[in-house]
Structures are given as C-alpha cells and as structure tokens.
Write a protein that binds this ligand. Structure first.
Ligand code: NAD
Length: 700
C-alpha cells in the first residue's frame, strides 16, 4: 500500500520510507530504519496543501503520540508536486465571531508550540511554494531544508493581515529580523537561495540530495547560521525603535495607514514586543483577530476572490501558439514583449523600422524587470522576432493590431491582413475608442474579429477588456478570453460601447479634476485627496501619465458619443498644451514638470500656500461621476456581472482595492445616499452629476 501511494503521488520527491505507511488522513506517516518519522502532508481533499483546522487537529494527534513515543527525528514535507503549502485557507474565518477566531488561533498556536517543543529534532523539507501558514509550520521545526525551486513568503499583508500562526515571532527569531519583517511587510516571496542567506532556511539542496541533507540535519551537521551583531541588537527595544522608524517610513511610501492598517500594526507589535516571543505571540493573536474583522481585510479577501473569478473565465485553451502584432508603438511593443515573456512566439511588425528596434530595446528592459532570471530573459527575447515585412501574419494564430487610432488606417491594415490569415486564426484590435462594428464592417469574416483592449503599461495593468460586437462568434470570444488568461492577464468581457468600461469610468474622474484645477485648487491637493481615498495615483498625475493628447481625444470622443451632459467640456488650455506638445510625462512636461527619472515635481502638501483653495465636495466630485459611469455600463449591458465590474476597475484602474471595487463601495456606502448626493451636486455644479437611471435598478 505504502509503496503504491508513494509511487502514485510523486515519483520525483523523496518522501521517506514507502512501507508501513499509515494513511490516516491528510498526513501520511512512516518510520524509517533509523527511527526517523516522515510525515508527508498530502491533503486528500485539495490539489494544493492549505493549512486549516482539520490539518492542525490531525497534526496535534500525531504530536501527542510523538511526545510519548519519542522518535529519533521527524521530517515534515509535502507530497504535492506544486509545493509545500499555500498558506491558510482564507475561507475558514468567514462568518466566525472574534471569540471563535481567537479560540481557533489559540488552538493552532498550541499545536505548533508543542511541535516546536518536541525533544527530538524536527526537520521541515520545503519545495515549491511555502507560504503563510505553510511557512509558519516549517518555522516551528528545528531545521529547514529548502529544495532549490522553493519560494517562501508571507502574503498575509495582501489580505489586510499579518501572519497569525506564529510567523511574527518565529521568523525574526530564526532569520535576520529586519529581513523577516520586510518579508512580512511587503508580502513578497523570496527564492530558496535568498532565504538561505537571511537565515530563514538552513540549507538549499537539489531534490536528489534531500535524503542526504535530512541525514545531515539528523546527525547535527546542519548548523544554524549565527545571528549578526545587528540582528542581535534587535533583541533590545532601542535597536528596534530605530529600525521601526525606517520601516514605517518605507511602508508609508506604499500604503496609507488609515486604508491599510495591517503592516503598521505589525511594526508596532514588533517594536513593542520583539524582545519577547511569548508577549509577541499573545499580541499577534489579538491583533490578527482584530484585523480580520476590518473592512479593509474583508474587502481585500473579496479582491482575492474577484481575481480568481476572472481567471476562472478561461474556458479551455485559446489554441494560440504564435502571435503577430501589427504596430510596434507604445502599446504594440509592450503587448509583444509581454506575450514573449509569457512563453509565446511573437512576430512584431510596423510600417517603419525604428519603432521595431525601439520596441525590442524596451522589451529587454521590461523583461529584465519582470522575468529577472537572465536566462529566461534571453529565451523570451529569442521568441520576440522583428518582422518588418509581416511574414508572421500568415503563420500566426492570433494577430493583434495596435496601429494609430484612425479608422481608415485600421481598415486599410485589415484589407492587407485578412486575406493572409490562416484558417482558424483570430484578428484582434487594441482600439480604445473605435466602435468594433465599424471596424469590422469591411471584413469578409467578422466572426473571428475581437477587441483585446490592453492597458498602459501592459506589464503592470493586469486587466484586458475582451470587446465583442454583434457579429463575433462565441468561439472567438472564448478563445480571446483564454488567451488573455494564458498570458497572465485578467479578462473582462465587455460590449463595444463608447469607452468600454474602464475609459468610460476613468474619463469623468480625470475631466472633473481639470474643472477643479480651473477653479483654482492646487493640483497637488487634488491628487492628494484622490490618493487619500485610495486611488493609486491622483487624476492630474494620471492625465499626464496617459498623455494629454490621448486624454483629450478620449474625452472629446466620449462627450460626442454619450452626450454633452455627461462630461464637462475640455478646457481650451488643454487643447493649447497639446498643440504645444506639452503632452505629460512622455514629453517631460505636462500638468506637472518631470525630472529625469520621470517623477513629477510636486509641492509637498504641507508646503501648499496658506489659504490656497480647497473644496469639501472634492472627493465626491471626483469619485461619484466614475461610479455613475460604472452604473451606466451595467445598466446598458456593457458588462453585467457586478463582481467582474469591480475586478475590472481594480485591475484596470487601481480603484482603491481596500474598498473592494466601485459597486461594492456604492452598496456599502448606501445607494440612496449616493443618489441624493449626486442630485445635490448636479444642482450646484451642473447636469454631469445627474444620477443615471441605472442606480434605481441597482438599488432594487
Ligand atoms: P503609437 O502611435 O505609439 O504606435 C502605433 C504604431 O503603429 C507606430 O509605431 C506606427 O509606426 C505604426 N503604424 C502606423 N501605420 C501602420 C501600418 N499601416 N502598419 C503597421 N504599423 C503601422 O500608438 P499606441 O499608443 O501604441 O496605440 C495603438 C493602439 O492602441 C491605438 O488604437 C490606441 O487607441 C490603443 N491604445 C493605446 C493606449 C495608450 O495608452 N497609448 C492604451 C490602450 C489602447
């Protein structure tokens, strides 16, 4: 039985003895000839290991037995090919009371404390992902051996939490405390080698050497790295106070404390209790139980599920192996580079040579940033093939057109491309504003035509709007959606209405900011207010980032198509700035001036002149028109699933993730209140604030 289990589960992993295995539940337990017990975690009910109550209870039963039986040593590892464990099951606390949560945490801590206190040597062997509660289980062992493919991290902060199963005191105790704190504060996972260098693991080995490494750990040959002098200074409060100050500063650069309390809470805990594991443990449990009840954490958990839902829109494979991109400009170049980085063969064409050269250069830079491993960067660049003559078109499974936003030009391009397309190939456009039906009008086979609307920069903006039209075939929409997911972007299917979802919603936000600017409110203050609300970037800076020319184009075309009551007119000075080529960040000058690093030169909020103008309505003036556009899109059927709407706005615009998305925010704030507020704003500032009739249906 044991041998069979072993053979079936993962032939490539060293899982200890294959005979006399007790297949009791999620753990398989067997003792080898030296008296070493191997505990293999291999959840019977899940594809990846997560740590939850049943697992911990089962572990408790084994630990209790080991306390009596006293094995020579214990090895804990995972039988899943993907990795050690993906962390706690985030569903388990949904709906539980604070008391229940605390009781469950207490129980979990007791199990790991007893594991840590066993007199025999305990050795965790980790491969693949070893995250959150999985890492905390490994940290409760005496030694950690990482297989070279391991990736270790504490992602809790992304869910508005900090580690809750002992990570906050065990990680700083075994690893360099500052590095351990940084890990927990950023949520970034680290590769095995780096984990070794900070002391989080004791050895890094190839899989075939796991047995030898376990033996070394057993015989005591695997020594822990002694802590540095600086690390030891963190055992004392004055040392931690200095470090905590730095940590607060760095954290504040990324997140506002009011919106994202968890990392700041963790710094406080560590500063106060970092010298005493017991005190830290108590504080960790109390703080975790508090944080999990905050709206921030609940909304971030929601965002996690929204992402999963969007990934889940992929139904089967796209069948795309070779992508051809037409137009190597700002967008085409990035789409091509990104897809090559994701393993696709890409040919990249343009009417001119130099954009192709420029795109390849930028691709190298982008890939170095996102792929990192130089060998993988080289492979990705090998897959990106400059193709000025468009030879790739007739071989490609998908052609994405990213030529300038001119309908006649796009029609001309399709005329040349379409006859060359091979059977079954898809034709896509990256248009941001042109109606797909118009673009498809000259095509012989419009059923294979689709919009794949990427956002700038492609490497950072995870959303792709999958734009359909009357004559698209369901198969084309399905394959386009699958392709977006295959290149690790998040698809949101939308109808071909003006601005689709994201630009329709963002434009009023940016347009209102220009009205506020015209009223004499300093641009820094406008941006600050939006950032306080939780937007990743204020609307003025965003306008510069998008480019004043593009922003002006989109706003003008939306206003024409949606009616002049929907948006304020673009100010004359904006047209003038565009004529003068003050286009924003890309030209170094726009609404802000930019330094050589591309950073806007801003006056600090506290340095704004006394008495400079403000408007208490500012945030609602910026945010409510955005929500109004979102509601219009839902009501008009541009996109109907409210969760996908929220996901699209979060992953396409950065809409305050801790608020859970615009629709969720509106529901939490109260629809009636918002509608009334919009009516008041409309009376004061004009019809662009009139609530869309869709609000009424949303309220029902
Ligand atoms: P761009 O001007 O930077 O690049 C367009 C490229 O197309 C240029 O390199 C140009 O030489 C090339 N080109 C022109 N005529 C061609 C032809 N006949 N055949 C092949 N190549 C030709 O433009 P962009 O900003 O990359 O925009 C491309 C498309 O993407 C547009 O439809 C735009 O609306 C859309 N879009 C842009 C953004 C953005 O932020 N820039 C975001 C989303 C979508």
């Amino acid at each position: 039985m044991g041998r069979m289990l072993n053979a079936l589960s993962q032939r490539d992993l060293e899982l200890g003895p294959a005979r006399d295995v007790e297949p009791t539940g999620h753990f398989r337990v067997a003792k080898d000839d030296d008296g070493v017990v191997w505990m293999v975690l291999d959840r019977t009910d899940k594809r990846v290991n997560t740590i939850d109550r049943p697992v911990l209870e089962e572990l408790a039963g084994h630990v209790e037995r080991f306390e009596k039986e006293k094995p020579a040593a214990i090895v804990i590892r995972s039988g899943k090919a993907a990795g050690f464990a993906a962390g706690a099951d985030i569903n388990q606390f949904v709906g539980a009371s604070t008391e229940e949560i605390k009781a469950a945490l207490d129980q979990g801590h007791q199990v790991l404390d007893r594991l840590a206190a066993l007199p025999c040597r305990t050795i965790a062997v980790v491969h693949g992902h070893c995250l959150g509660a999985g890492l905390e289980l490994a940290l409760a062992c005496d030694r950690r051996i990482a297989v070279s493919n391991a990736s270790l991290g504490f992602p809790e902060v992304m869910l508005g939490l900090h580690p809750g199963l002992g990570g906050t005191f065990r990680a700083p105790a075994v690893a360099d405390p500052i590095e351990a704190m940084t890990m927990m504060l950023t949520g970034r996972a680290m590769p095995a080698k780096r984990a070794r260098s900070i002391g989080l693991v004791d050895a890094v080995v190839e899989e075939r050497h796991v047995a030898a490494a376990v033996e070394a750990a057993f015989y005591g040959d695997l020594r822990r790295k002694p802590q540095s002098l600086q690390a030891r200074a963190m055992g004392f409060k004055p040392g931690r106070q200095i470090a905590a100050r730095m940590m607060r500063k760095k954290t504040a650069e990324k997140a506002r404390q009011d919106n994202y309390p968890a990392p700041f809470k963790l710094i406080d805990l560590w500063e106060e209790h970092g010298g005493s594991p017991r005190a830290m443990q108590r504080a960790e449990i109390d703080s975790f139980a508090e944080l999990i009840e905050t709206d921030t954490s609940k909304n971030l958990v929601r965002v996690f599920f929204l992402r999963e839902k969007m990934k889940g829109l992929k139904d089967g494979s796209s069948g795309v192996k070779h992508l051809h991109v037409v137009g190597a400009g700002a967008m085409g170049g990035e789409i091509a580079a990104w897809a090559a980085g994701q393993g696709f063969k890409v040919t990249l064409g343009d009417i001119k040579l130099e954009p192709i050269g420029g795109a390849v250069k930028k691709a190298a830079k982008m890939l170095e940033k996102v792929v990192k491993d130089p060998l993988k960067v080289r492979d990705a660049l090998d897959r990106l093939i400059p193709d000025p003559e468009g030879l790739g078109i007739s071989h490609a499974d998908l052609v994405i057109e990213a030529a300038p936003e001119k309908i006649a030009l796009k029609h001309k391009i399709y005329e040349t491309i379409e006859p060359q397309l091979k059977e079954g190939a898809l034709l896509a456009t990256n248009t941001s504003a042109l109606p797909l039906a118009d673009l498809a009008s000259g095509l012989k086979d419009p059923s294979r035509f689709v919009g794949l609307h990427f956002f700038n920069p492609v490497s950072r903006m995870q959303l792709v709007e999958i734009v359909s039209h009357d004559r698209i075939s369901p198969e084309t929409a399905r394959r386009a959606t699958a392709f977006a997911a295959e290149i690790s972007r998040l698809p949101a299917p939308v109808g071909s209405a003006p601005g689709f979802l994201v630009n329709r919603a963002l434009t009023p936000y940016m347009a209102e900011a220009l009205v506020l600017l015209d009223e004499g409110i300093p641009k820094e203050r406008i941006d600050l207010r939006a950032e306080e609300f939780g937007m990743p970037m204020g609307p003025i800076e965003l306008t510069d980032q998008v480019g004043l020319d593009i922003a002006l184009d989109v706003a003008t075309s939306l206003r024409e198509r949606l009616g002049e009551n929907t948006l304020p007119p673009a100010p004359d000075w904006l047209t003038k700035m565009v004529e003068e080529k003050r286009l924003g960040r890309k030209t170094g000058r726009g609404l802000y001036d930019y330094d050589d690093a591309g950073k806007p030169k801003k006056i600090a909020p506290e340095a704004l002149p006394d008495g400079s103008k403000d408007d208490p309505d500012m945030i609602d003036r910026l945010i409510l028109p955005m929500l109004n556009a979102v509601v219009a899109c839902i009501d008009e059927g541009v996109i109907t699933d409210e969760e996908i709407v929220d996901g699209a706005m979060i992953f396409g615009t950065g809409f305050a993730p801790f608020r859970g998305g615009p629709v969720h925010y509106a529901r939490q704030r109260g629809i009636d209140g918002i509608v009334q507020r919009m009516k008041d704003l409309a009376a004061k500032h004009g019809p662009r604030f009139e609530p869309h009739p869709g609000w009424e249906r949303l309220a029902r």
